[in-house]
Design a binder for this molecule. Sequence first.
Ligand code: KG4
Ligand code: ZN
Length: 342
Amino acid sequence: HRSLTLLGLESSCDDSAAAVVQDGTGGPRILSSILQGQTGLHAAYGGVVPEIAARAHAERLDLCIETALAEAGLTWADLDGIAVTAGPGLIGGLLAGVMTARGLAAATGLPLWGVNHLAAHALTPRLTDGLDFPYLMLLVSGGHAQFLAVEGPESFRRLGGTLDDAPGEAFDKVARLLGLPQPGGPAVEAAATGGDPGRFALPRPLLDREGCDLSFSGLKTAVLRLRDRLVAEQGGLRESDRRDLCAAFEDAVATILSEKARRAVALLPGATALAVAGGVAANRRVRAGLQAAAAEAGLRFVAPPLALCTDNAAMVAWAGIERARAGIAPGSDLIARPRWPL
Ligand code: KG4
Ligand code: ZN
């Protein structure tokens, strides 16, 4: 097939990003991937503030795009199209991205595709590892937790997902409960080093239930109760309490995800691999559990490099290329949609 080069834009949450991906005879290549995070802008508020995020995206996207083109060594004339995340996410950021992309498409005459952010995450293992359909995908981030059967560029079957919190959200809340910094995932993982996961008994929500639905809010509440008990008994938390609580929490999340992954594997017999994406996929205990579940089933385990597991624009450009190759007409899905299930 002929070579395709797309510019991708991402602004659905708190990262402004632009990237250029080229799909030629040697397979896809990321020519540039620029990302400007906003952690510092929201730090004082304890979470992403939509108004601040939207304004920052509107201010920063242009420079991200210019830099992405420059780093790729390309001009507008070298591109075959543009792809932009149109949902799901925060409406202000989505609008900033879609409006920017519409303006660029009008000015350059390039075709423009709207992309579903979750589809972009789910298609990333094809960009990084050339996976063939169908494969299993576990998306675990600060906002999402779902098992997907990825059966085609436009075909995602949800096998199960969280009924309450996302696991990253649970990591963040546990960090707050224990006085650890944000983002909570890396802080909890660091604090858990050398901890005894067996000292505190934490629940394994939904493990006794069939299918691959997930639940994490009970786990967080259990950590809260244990913390309060320790504080009441001892007047505070010892370093070792924090270490063991973090280890127990991490162990519970890893066990739940790997056990549910085993069930997901059984639901897609022809799968070529078990792939994972999202910030929580950075966790070593979680990765090890999933890897073991895949190995038991004789399945390949694929975890893209972290920069492509978390939000980025290369995955958006790639999803645009997939849409173009699938014959989806440009101009589709260009309405910003805060809610857009796969
Ligand atoms: O995918 P992501 O970067 O952003 C979105 O949510 O879209 O995921 C961020 C989440 C945060 O909740 C963060 O605490 C969690 O991923 N996370 C981790 C680790 N690194 C990041 N959770 C557990 N262990 C980690 N090492
Ligand atoms: Zn994401």
